[in-house]
Design a protein around this ligand. Sequence first.
Ligand code: 3H9
Length: 644
Amino acid sequence: MTMVSIDRDGEIAVVTVNNPPVNALGQALRQGLWDAVATLDADPAVRAVVLICAGRTFIAGADVREFGLPPSEPHLPDLVNRIEAATKPWIAAIHGAALGGGFEVALGCRFRVALDTASVGLPEVTLGIVPGASGTVRTPRVAGVAAAVDLVTTGKPARAAKAQAIGLVDAVLTGDLRAGAIAFARAALTAPLPLPASQRPVTDPGPDFWAEQQAAVSKRARGEVAPLRALACVQKAAQAPFDAALAFERATFLELRASDQAAALRHVFFAERAAPRPPHLGETQPLPLRRAGVIGGGTMGAGIAAALRDAGLPVVLIERDAEALARGIANLQAIFDGGVKRGKLTPDQAAARMAGITGATDYAALADSDLVIEAVFEEIGVKRAVFAELARHCRADAVLATNTSYLDPRAIAEGLPDPGRFIGLHFFSPANVMKLLEIVPTPDTAPATLATGFALARALGKIPVQAGICEGFIGNRILKRYRAAAEALLRQGVAIAEIDAAMRGYGFAMGPFEAQDLGGLDIAFLQREGARAAGQNVPETLGDILVRAGRKGQKTGGGWYDYAPGQRQPQPSDTVAALLAGQITPKAPPADIAAHLVGEMAAEGAAILAEGIALNAADIDLVEIHGYGFPRWRGGPIFATTPR
Ligand code: 3H9
């Protein structure tokens, strides 16, 4: 099949786009569509045109790979205008997703029909740009200004039913899309045609609306520029003639396309898509994943079990006794109840999630599991005892995984009869929410076991990153360096609040000290104490001084900061100042605190890469973005500090 083909159903022409994998609008496809308009305009037998796509989706947008290159003709805004100006009406028939430039092409069509499973949207801000082919100008003319602002500033797509409710699509179809769209076209020809989108009126909601939106969008954006620029484009569209608004949007698009933020977001976009299928796995097939087991129903175990249930896998949850099991089941119930409260799950879905959980205290219940993930206390003896049980009760081909974050997986696997099926799977808390999964093979892990780890990540919708064995793997090792560097600044006399503010200013939701207060200072403290007890030379940290004084963070009413009872607002603490007074030797601080700390993260990343702990630099960026709150639009510590 060629990229653009035309066939006929009586007086209706059907233009089929076939440009796998996602029908992205590269130059050749734009040209093919341009030529199709000319051909069909010239054909007197054709009265309407259905535009439909082969493969898994409608046109998913401009070809992001072309964004580094100079724009080439025909330009997309011209193509959209050309389709709109065609002498017969075009009808976009949407399945999968009509995104970005793909949705803009659909807006150039006189009608849009969509399968009930489809979605439409303008996700350009997630790539650091604004729509560049009339998305911000036609959308308010079709669906109103408020809906347009929502679509372009969040980048979140709308499902077919919602899209129809706000006027973005004219009909929602089920079954055979092509036949439904042709029938729609025939019916449409029996009535006067609606105005093309560019000629429809738009109402300016007035200055109060824009002021409110600006405040809301800039609060959410935290330094990311595209959402505010997209808002400005919609405002222009509501206040200026169509052509002027289109020119404004195009100029904004071209400016942002060349920006650092867009380059960073493109880097993350491609890194995320490459991560689930690393080339070194080759053709190795994963083992089937039909049922899973989780050992331990604490915060981590329950979160992992919830993630497995969200992916549709039945789960056996093992705890050491009936009381602990009841707590684990209650933890799971609380997770799904929370989903219902936030509108993410219906009560029926939550009940179905719970129904797929079998609680047990006897490891024999795992006899059918394809994969078992251990999430018990971080203590080597406890973990080894668990794996001894697993070796006795699980099938010989079951994958056995540990969710350790600090222990050496090789030590945990010691004594297993078949270490080839053992692997580390490091989840991040809350495990049903956080996207990162560090996959840690030991030298004995079999290729199929490793491939199964990646297959699990895909099934759970997580971003997998393979990590070699070292203390803290990739993420926690960088975290340790980051915290140590932040403490070093304190010792030089920089205020705690100043460091946190600098990192917030950089784009993190929280600075390193407020983040520790939220998570608790005691976890890392206990780990250091464990290492000291084992004879390692671990110097006393400033955090240790606080924990020894009973300051473990928000849960004890104070850590690096004080907290008023029931409040989460950090207040600089005189107690902390007194505790640390003897530790401070004033010295000139670095000119740019955030750049200094990100530089430290990147330096640790470079060491991790040089040691082969990470397989590539992009993986390190993904770990920081998806596990540690690094601002996505900065591209991760390695990207952000690499001169270009
Ligand atoms: C835009 O349109 C700007 C316009 O306003 C103005 C222009 C003037 N380009 O995600 P998947 C590749 S901005 C190039 O795993 P799924 C992807 O890298 C664009 N390649 O599939 C991967 O390649 P590989 C606005 C793309 O089924 C393969 O396709 N559009 C593009 O899970 C499969 O991807 C967007 O931001 C692209 N645009 O999900 C849409 N998109 O196989 C971005 C994907 O070599 N795309 N690839 O690793 C998506 O959201 C998802 O791909 C989609 C399918 C939902 C469509």
